[in-house]
Design a protein around this ligand. Structure first.
Ligand code: ATP
Ligand code: MN
Ligand code: MN
Length: 335
């Protein structure tokens, strides 16, 4: 699922900010952001650009230069980040629909391409980028997760469900599979060629995955997060690199293994899974409360050190429902 970085939304609410005369806080789905007073009214349509949007250097976005100018490879533009203004958390940008120049939009439509907005991606070291053998296999789901702020319409219904909660680790997505006699290693979007210095393949060999997945004798994929030196600044202070798994996928049945079967598989081979924080979690009253619950110390913090976790991934036991809740504390410290 591609992220809808910029889409047409309805402004759900506008509230004053204590002590601020010129700005107010808007609510869009589960997102809060600071806007200029008088610019919007509740119920207005607007274009909402999510955090991580990378906007082109066009006149209409020049007002972002001071706060948001960034280079991304050989491109330059404006990157939207989580901010705090007058003590108010602000995530993303609202633009009047007039930026679409009369384009006949529908509500919810992704207008990123019309505005020239792409996702901001930090530079990736060559050892993690790798060389493509092919695209990500179609017989395994990708590891993307939706953000809870974009699921506010479903939130009430989700309150009836019981979930398990794992820590979202800040590394690089990895998928290892065995299918019809072939072992493969994938990054988030690519099936990777085996090379001596590719980190995904190094970890696969380190954990003996080619041998062991083959020995299982069934078509299966393991999905996890690559963490350690050279990956996302190695927040957990790990020596070398390893993987922490979050899913096993039965390729022939096209279904994830239930949590218990997954854990048994991990234990059997001495593989590690992501930290499991709760196995019978029900959602709090509001998305805002859930966002607070996502903040906290990482289970992988070195002793005596606080490492703010990236957030949590919340799933129903049958994995029908799955989403991420990113810690706003983590996002405020991101550079
Ligand atoms: P972005 O939202 O900017 O695309 P992201 O790195 O958060 O970036 P998502 O696809 O949105 O990526 O979130 C899901 C990713 O989170 C997975 O691809 C996986 O690599 C990673 N991840 C880390 N820990 C977990 C976990 N416990 N459960 C599931 N996914 C996890
Ligand atoms: Mn994503
Ligand atoms: Mn990530």
């Amino acid at each position: 699922m591609e992220r809808k970085l910029a889409s047409v939304v309805v402004i759900d609410d506008l509230q004053p900010i204590a002590g601020a005369d010129l700005i107010e806080v808007a609510t869009v789905k589960g997102w809060k952001l600071v806007v200029k007073k008088q610019e919007f009214r509740i119920g207005d349509h607007a274009v909402y650009c999510e955090i991580d949007s990378f906007l082109p250097e066009k006149d209409e976005f020049e007002f972002l230069r001071k706060s948001s100018f960034r280079k991304m490879g050989d491109q330059s533009g404006f990157r939207l980040k989580t901010m705090k203004l007058r003590g108010q958390l602000s995530q993303g940008l609202l633009l009047p629909v007039t930026v679409l120049n009369g384009y006949a939009y529908t509500l919810g439509e992704d207008v990123s391409a019309i505005l020239g907005i792409v996702k901001y991606e930090p530079p990736v070291p060559a050892s993690l980028a790798g060389m493509a053998k092919g695209n990500f296999p179609i017989f395994i789901p990708k590891t993307d997760e939706e953000r809870i702020q974009n699921l506010s319409a479903e939130y009430e219904a989700y309150k009836k469900e019981s979930f398990y909660v794992t820590e979202k680790l800040d590394g690089s997505s990895a998928t290892f599979y065995f299918r019809d006699g072939e072992f493969g290693v994938c990054s988030r979007n690519l099936d990777l060629l085996e090379t001596a210095d590719n980190t995904f393949w190094k970890v696969a060999r380190l954990l003996d995955l080619p041998m062991r997945l083959t020995a299982l004798g069934k078509n299966i994929a393991l999905q996890g997060e690559l963490i350690g030196e050279g990956i996302q600044g190695n927040p957990y202070g790990i020596k070398g690199q390893t993987a922490r798994f979050f899913n096993a996928f039965d390729i022939d049945a096209y279904a994830y293994l239930p949590l218990n079967d997954f854990r048994e598989l991990m234990d059997e081979f001495g593989w590690e899974h992501v930290p499991i924080l709760d196995e019978a979690f029900t959602l709090p009253d509001t998305v805002d409360e859930l966002l607070l619950a996502a903040e906290g110390n990482s289970a992988l913090s070195p002793a005596g050190k606080h490492v703010e976790r990236e957030g949590v991934v919340i799933r129903s036991a049958d994995k029908r429902i799955s989403f991420k809740v990113i810690s706003n504390k983590f996002l405020l410290n991101e550079n």
